[in-house]
Design a protein around this ligand. Structure first.
Ligand code: ADP
Ligand code: MG
Length: 249
């Protein structure tokens, strides 16, 4: 198996207890990989560590194919300032900045690429709207369009379905499947355990430590789900009580 992303002994801390602890994983090239775990498990932190936008305490991150911009990132929609005064088209064109030289301004080609990406997410008619006027599902779609124009080979998305309607979710998953079929690796944080088997072929179960990772059929088991979402926090609770620290977890 050749990997798109590999972490070895990855530890990330924001100052206190590590948000990620000794995480070893390989995400296969051309896979559709799900990052699963409870709130605070370090899922967003993992994506940011892969992007290299937060410092590691220790360990390493390798991304295959280090040419230009191998990785495109779609942040969690709720972490974005939607009041920022910009149009849909301008926001999508920002995705092309990585391939421009510093003295170049986006031109006709960039504009065409941005319009093509908007077409892909069926948002062409919104090109001149302010981003603040969009619904949650529409916001998610233009962020996806902004990722497309980056011409990456690995796409990282943080909870792309949070706050979007069922119809948009279907549209987005179809787009991601196509993207994968045309030779890309797709990695996204996901919460709905009922769709895990149909969406992913590979999963990462995370709760600050790596619980398990591998093909969805092998790894997405009752026992591992329990460990990721339940048993782990229970044992943590016991530990805290025995340590006499009370419970803040
Ligand atoms: P998830 O995405 O799985 O919900 P996060 O990666 O956002 O989890 O957060 C993991 C842990 O790191 C949480 O305890 C969170 O409070 C903490 N954390 C995340 N970002 C920061 C930050 N910028 N500063 C301090 N702590 C943070
Ligand atoms: Mg998160």
């Amino acid at each position: 198996m050749s990997f798109a992303i590999r972490t070895q002994q990855l530890t990330v801390s924001y100052g206190g207890e590590p948000a990620l602890w000794n995480v070893d994983l390989e995400i296969p090239e051309l896979s559709m990989t799900g990052i699963l775990g409870p709130n605070g498990a370090g899922k967003s932190t993992l994506l940011k560590a892969i992007l290299g936008v937060i410092p590691r305490l220790s360990g390493s991150v390798d991304v295959a194919g280090t040419q230009n911009t191998p990785v495109a990132y779609v942040p969690q929609r709720t972490t974005v300032d939607w009041d920022f005064p910009t149009t849909v088209l301008d926001l999508v064109m920002m995705g092309t900045y990585g391939r421009l030289r510093w003295f170049q301004r986006p031109g006709r080609q960039e504009r065409e690429d941005a319009m093509a990406a908007l077409e892909q997410v069926r948002m062409t008619e919104f090109a001149d709207r302010q981003i603040g006027e969009l619904s949650g599902g529409q916001q998610q779609r233009i962020f996806l369009a902004r990722a497309f124009v980056q011409q990456a080979s690995i796409y990282l998305l943080d909870e792309p379905f949070a706050g979007v309607d069922a119809k948009t979710e279907t549209l987005i998953i179809e787009i991601l499947r196509q993207l994968r079929e045309t030779g890309n690796t797709i990695v996204f944080v996901h919460h709905d355990l009922t769709t895990v088997r149909s969406y992913f072929d590979h999963v990462v179960l995370l709760n600050r430590r790596l619980i398990e990772t591998g093909p969805v059929g092998d790894v997405f088991t009752e026992e591992n789900i329990q460990q990721t979402y339940g048993v782990m926090s229970h044992s943590l609770l016991e530990k805290k009580l025995t340590d006499g620290q009370g419970c803040d977890a």
